[in-house]
Design a protein around this ligand. Structure first.
Ligand SMILES: CC(C)(COP(=O)(O)OP(=O)(O)OC[C@H]1O[C@@H](n2cnc3c(N)ncnc32)[C@H](O)[C@@H]1OP(=O)(O)O)[C@@H](O)C(=O)NCCC(=O)NCCS
Length: 208
């Protein structure tokens, strides 16, 4: 059991805290611009994590990303933590299913009902949200954010700082270039170049 300070005080932090508690950890407080989770002590801005290291054993980033701006924010936070050698812990739901030979870095979050299949590599700061399926031998680079119910076939490579939106489906063997956004519901069948955004056909109003 460890003393964990959470970075982020919004809705996603509630999900992260739930997983941390299921793993038997103690939540000692929140670093954030503002804290909406009043039941936990507010520890100040993230910068204060450097001087308040005696108050926690580990940090965990609990700020989700729904677009490019959010991804840049997560990237900056992860860089700050690494530059200052602050300790990061991975939080993995006991309800997730992690296959044989899977390697998981530091500061990774894996939510309920996620499946990560055999021999996949999940790098530092990756977020895999509820119900996502990661096939065998996938390589997920640093600070990738995977939304709920995403499906990655086997041998998919996702480069750094990519966000994959809800229910996107990625064909086996495909590579997603760094800094890309895969929009909600996209079906990706070919490699995606870096810095791209993909969108699937949106629904349209048929009758009103
Ligand atoms: C791809 C995404 C980041 C684009 O967001 P954005 O840059 O704010 O774009 P906008 O909402 O301004 O939309 C721009 C255009 O793309 C269309 N569009 C946006 N997202 C789309 C999607 N996923 N599929 C199809 N079309 C989409 C919009 O209708 C709009 O079209 P228009 O200009 O013809 O009206 C966003 O839609 C998305 O998919 N985010 C992921 C959300 C998610 O997974 N959340 C879960 C968090 S747990």
């Amino acid at each position: 059991m460890a003393k964990i300070a959470i970075i982020g005080g919004g809705g996603f932090a509630k999900e992260v805290i739930e997983v941390a508690k299921m793993q038997g950890h103690d939540i000692v407080g929140i670093f954030a611009l503002e804290n909406s989770l009043k039941e936990y002590p507010y520890l100040g801005y993230l910068e204060e994590a450097v001087t308040k290291q005696d108050e926690y054993d580990y940090l965990h980033i609990a700020i989700g990303a729904v677009n490019a701006k959010g991804m840049q924010n997560r990237k900056k936070i992860l860089e700050f933590i690494k530059e200052n050698n602050l300790p990061l812990i991975s939080l993995i739901s006991p309800k997730a299913d992690i296959g044989e030979g899977v390697k998981i870095g530091d500061g990774v979050y894996i939510g309920h009902r996620v499946i990560v299949s055999c021999d996949s590599v999940i790098s530092d700061g990756v977020l895999i949200n509820q119900g996502a399926v990661i096939g065998h031998d996938c390589k997920i680079a640093e600070n990738v954010s995977i939304a709920p119910l995403v499906f990655l076939g086997g041998n998919v490579a996702v480069e750094k700082d990519v966000m994959i939106g809800v229910r996107a489906t990625i064909r086996q063997g495909v590579r997603i270039g760094h800094n890309s956004i895969v929009g909600m519901g996209s079906i990706v069948i070919k490699n995606i170049l870096p810095n791209s955004t993909t969108l699937q056909m949106p629904s349209k109003i048929y009758r009103q």
